[in-house]
Write a protein that binds this ligand. Structure first.
Ligand code: DGT
Ligand code: CA
Ligand code: CA
Length: 574
């Protein structure tokens, strides 16, 4: 159980209490605890084991009752109160919570007035315009609910890469401990680092499969065993589907290739095999009845005369053709990065000081960070006014004086307002080392308007980087409409960098757009948008993974450059 799982349990308790119309103070207590836990830097389980209830209670926002539940979860992996509450409301009503824009209060009203207990019933009621009987729910809300349902269905059953990866790594680490496990690897979309994952696929080589399957189906957190056999088992672990396959040593490479996918990539490789008179499947590479390879993944590519293709490229998006012509790019790696050009500090809505962010960046081996605190218009995010910006500058200079080979760059994430203007005047922007510009409001403007809005920002001689250029939040907010090809043209012409925001729910630009940027010769900044030091450390890998899926090499990314060279690639070139 990691902190996020515990936060999820408390959030769900709060939602159920809210659906049931219970005491608002209790509801708020659970929510507050969940928010605190989400951003806690220490492992709750460790605190619970070390100091129990009394130490947990020292954490702000955690009272006696919640502290006790944390201890219970840490010890048993489960919370009795949570289980009981879940039984008190129909499962369909809890599922309604997952629809963007539908909260517990609405669900309570929908149930009370219309007896709605499932997504299907809600959809039917909204389509028949029946929601109007509930005060506060008009036509507009009906429309939004239908959109939310459509969006939910698109992501249904898929989880963010950032949720699946830690689970998969934990499973691999647990199973690795078994003597019966000779080799083990993650496969499937997770190995290809897709932004969302349907199910986790794991492959093992073992001569004692039964032992491996026993361990797998009794892992901590297993909620259901869907199937259990000698070659394949499937479980549900904390809401995620996980498949485990046990194969023979001689088949391992072929199986890894097959189960890494994608399906379309596999088909292309299999066809190349057929042309050479080979049969390639999950068991090996065969000429007639004779096995000619398959122990290692490289065998598969070699057998069809290709160089190795990294998993992130295996989507049948031209990688087979590129491999034939020896044009597989040398993909960017985490260790290529030398700085982060978009982080927040306490000066706006970040949690850490400039100095704390700098020290973490140094520990990551970086040479610079750009502190891009918000401009005034983003009021809820504690945007800086001009006076605050001046005081921050003094602190940046003070902190910089303490380092030899590291620099904090003064920056802002300046809001691109709906009237196309920027939220700071040019006199201010020109004084900053790096200017990051982004849309934070009026996402519903039409495509032409939104495109023009961003182009206007790109044409500003001080705007260096466009942050999260499509504004999407996976599973929550669709990208706003924008003409990406036009943006790339203008970015190229104006020398503007496009951001690849590494936040797992953003990954914006996405993989396809990254590749488009590369084609247009537009440099990318892989940034974290971190609001605390841990995030700066933890989310960057998702950005790098997406960059790799977008065929990017180190040379395509500005923050692989040292400080001087990187600054020269920006507009003012200082
Ligand atoms: P997901 O789980 O939806 O995120 O995506 P994947 O790619 O992990 O798909 P999954 O778990 O259904 O299957 C794992 C891999 O197994 C898939 O990437 C390719 C391979 N595979 C599955 N079904 C077929 C098939 O019918 N033909 C071929 N050639 N490969 C398949
Ligand atoms: Ca999968
Ligand atoms: Ca699967």
């Amino acid at each position: 159980m990691v902190n996020l799982d515990i936060a999820r349990i408390f959030d769900e308790i709060a939602s159920i209490l809210e659906i049931k119309g219970e005491n608002p103070f209790r509801i708020r207590a659970y929510r507050r605890a969940a928010r605190t836990i989400e951003t806690l830097t220490q492992d709750l389980k460790v605190i619970a084991e070390r100091g129990g209830v009394s130490e947990l209670k020292k954490i702000p926002g955690i009272g006696e009752g919640i502290a006790k539940k944390i201890v219970e979860i840490a010890q048993t992996g489960d919370c009795k109160k949570h289980r009981e509450l879940k039984r008190e409301v129909p499962a369909g009503m809890l599922e309604l919570l997952k629809i963007p824009g539908v909260g517990p209060k609405t669900i309570a009203k929908l149930h009370e007035e219309l007896g709605i207990t499932s997504i299907e019933e809600l959809e039917a009621a909204a389509k028949a315009h029946k929601l109007g009987v509930i005060p506060g729910l008009g036509r507009k809300v009906e429309e939004n609910i239908l959109k939310g349902i459509a969006q939910y269905r698109r992501y249904q059953g898929r989880v963010l890469l950032s949720k699946a990866l830690p689970y998969a790594e934990t499973i691999v680490n647990e199973l690795k401990k078994l003597d019966a496990v000779e080799r083990i690897t993650i496969a499937g979309s997770l190995r290809r680092m897709r932004e969302t994952i349907g199910d986790i696929d794991i492959l093992v080589v073992s001569k004692r499969p039964a032992e491996v399957m026993d361990a797998f189906t009794s892992l901590e957190g297993v909620e259901d065993v869907i199937a259990k056999g000698d070659t394949k088992s499937s479980i549900v672990l904390r809401g995620m589907d996980v498949d485990l396959r046990v194969v023979e040593s001689a088949s391992f490479g072929a199986a890894v290739h097959y189960f890494t996918g994608s399906k379309h990539h596999n088909i292309r490789i299999r066809e190349l095999g057929v042309k050479r008179g080979l049969k390639i499947n999950e068991y090996g590479i065969f000429r007639g009845e004779e096995r000619i390879g398959g122990e290692n993944e490289e065998d598969v590519f070699k057998s069809v005369g290709l160089p190795y293709i990294p998993p992130e490229l295996r989507e049948d998006r031209g990688e087979v053709e590129a491999a034939k012509e020896n044009r597989i790019p040398k993909l960017i790696e985490l260790s290529d990065l030398r700085g982060d050009l978009h982080v927040h500090t306490k000066w706006s809505d970040g949690k850490n000081s400039i100095e704390e962010m700098a020290k973490t960046a140094i520990a990551l081996g970086y040479e610079y960070i750009a502190v891009a605190d918000h401009s005034p218009a983003v009021g809820i995010a504690g945007g800086m006014n001009e006076e605050k910006l001046k005081r921050r500058q003094q602190e940046i200079e003070r902190v910089n004086a303490t380092f030899d080979n590291f620099r904090v760059l003064s920056s802002t994430e300046v809001d691109i307002k709906s009237d196309f203007s920027l939220d700071f005047p040019d006199e201010i922007l020109k004084e900053l080392d790096v200017v990051v510009a982004a849309v934070h409001s009026k996402f519903t403007q039409d495509k032409d308007t939104m495109t023009k809005r961003i182009i206007t920002a790109m044409e500003n001689p001080h705007v260096d980087i466009i942050a999260h250029p499509t504004g999407r939040v996976l599973g929550k907010r669709e990208p706003y409409e924008v003409d990406m090809e036009r943006l790339m043209e203008v970015a190229h012409d104006t020398g503007t960098v496009m951001e690849l925001n590494s936040f797992p729910e953003r990954l914006d630009l996405n993989d396809v757009h990254c590749r488009m940027a590369k084609d247009y010769g537009v440099p990318i900044a892989i940034s974290t948008d971190a609001h605390d030091a841990m995030q700066m450390r933890d989310v960057i890998k998702y950005g790098v993974a997406t960059a790799r899926r977008g065929w990017l090499e180190a040379k395509d990314v500005v923050n692989t450059r040292g400080l001087e060279e990187m600054l020269k690639m920006l507009k003012d070139g200082r």
